[in-house]
Design a protein around this ligand. Structure first.
Ligand code: FEH
Ligand code: ZN
Ligand code: ZN
Length: 363
């Protein structure tokens, strides 16, 4: 049970910890003191190394009561990594001190999609009143986090959990989106990434690691475009009225084989649709709520597929971690203490972050 922050670190027999929690819809989250959970049968207690701050958290906090199936309060933080602190009865294969990433989208664990490790597309999602730790269940913005099953843990090897945490969403989400377009992305192809924030700067690196595409990054901020060049973009384009012409110029008027919209606002969706190629893919992973009016003729080039994807599979997370261990991708992070979590989100809202903010509750 949560109470406001008070001095004692113990209440009764339960040890207390700080947690950054959603307490009321459409209100700022709060730092509160809560009990450290005890892992029950089949559960694992994680000592949190890092919990990435994601744009979706801002959207979640903005929803009115009843729009999401979540029960309040719950601790934020849905891209998490840390060390196993304690395993509950019956848990095998993990031991205290193991460095692990937490697979973020929590499904039923039993349906065909979940058995394929695609809990992001769980067949029973509509029956489950949360989307994962930090999304309706307690997440990683606390000293400890309860993980309901070891199936949700992926070993990190020698990766530092504070560097690896963002990989579980900021890298996994674009990795999943890009993987389905790989047949289009041979040498001579073009991939456009719109938005070079937490997910976008990982998308550029993933395209570099997996494809022969020329990578074009688009953003309104010159700082973001500098980061895009640093992590491997071949071309950068300032967002604005000339962006579409510039991209067409770069592609001999043909447009891009893949346009990945990491923002998902009206203007970025319009730009994406105007620079996709015949037979290409337009994939929207940003959640800014933009719309596209689709008509059979003219909204998109012929044979161009439009899709949105959600997060990725646990197997894909293992692949992402392998890319990071080999040094092919790296999340650019800014670390914050748990007490600084409100400042991390403020910086995100005001566009002052470069790369991903990671809350490190244990230093
Ligand atoms: C979280 C909640 C709902 C939709 C999408 C997300 C993403 O941050 C996961 O990639
Ligand atoms: Zn997220
Ligand atoms: Zn399922």
């Amino acid at each position: 049970m949560a109470t406001p922050v008070v001095a004692p670190r113990y209440r009764g027999y339960g040890r207390l910890m700080l947690a950054y929690q959603m307490v009321q819809w459409q209100q700022e989250p709060e730092l509160r003191e809560v009990e450290v959970p005890e892992p029950g049968p089949g559960q694992v207690l994680l000592k949190v190394g890092g919990a990435g701050a994601c744009h979706s958290d801002l959207h979640v906090a903005e929803w009115p009561e009843g729009a999401l199936p979540y029960t309040l309060p719950f601790t934020l933080g849905h891209e998490n990594a840390g060390w196993v602190e304690k395993v509950g009865p019956g848990v095998e294969g993990f031991a205290e001190g193991d460095a692990v990433a937490v697979y973020g989208p929590w499904g039923c664990g039993r349906c065909i999609a979940c058995r394929r490790s695609e809990e992001n597309y769980c067949e029973r999602a509509a029956e489950i009143p949360y989307h994962g730790g930090g999304l309706g269940r307690d997440g990683g913005m606390a000293e400890y986090m309860l993980v309901p099953s070891p199936r949700l843990l992926i070993p990190l090897g020698d990766l530092d959990p504070r560097d690896a945490a963002p990989l579980s969403d900021a890298a996994l989400t674009p990795y999943h989106a890009i993987k389905r377009s790989l047949p289009l992305l041979g040498a001579g192809s073009t991939a456009v990434v719109i938005g070079v924030g937490g997910l976008g700067h990982m998308a550029v690196q993933i395209l570099r690691a997996l494809t022969g595409s020329r990578i074009v990054a688009v953003d309104a901020s010159e700082q973001a475009l500098a980061l895009a060049r640093e992590v491997g973009a071949d071309e950068t384009v300032a967002a604005g009225p000339d962006a579409a012409d510039r991209i067409r110029e770069l592609t001999r008027g043909l447009g891009a084989n893949l346009v990945l919209d990491v923002v998902g606002a009206d203007d970025t969706i319009a730009l994406a649709a105007s620079v996709a190629r015949v037979g290409g893919h337009m994939t929207v992973i940003g959640l800014a709520g933009g719309t596209l009016t689709w008509t059979a003729m003219g909204a998109l080039p012929w044979a161009c597929s439009l899709t949105s994807t959600y997060w990725g599979s646990a197997v894909e997370l293992a692949e992402v971690l392998e890319l990071a261990r080999r040094g092919q991708i790296r999340a650019h992070t800014q670390r914050f203490t748990l007490e600084q979590a409100p400042e991390a989100y403020r910086a995100m809202r005001e566009g002052r972050l470069q790369g991903r903010a990671v809350i490190c509750p244990n230093g």
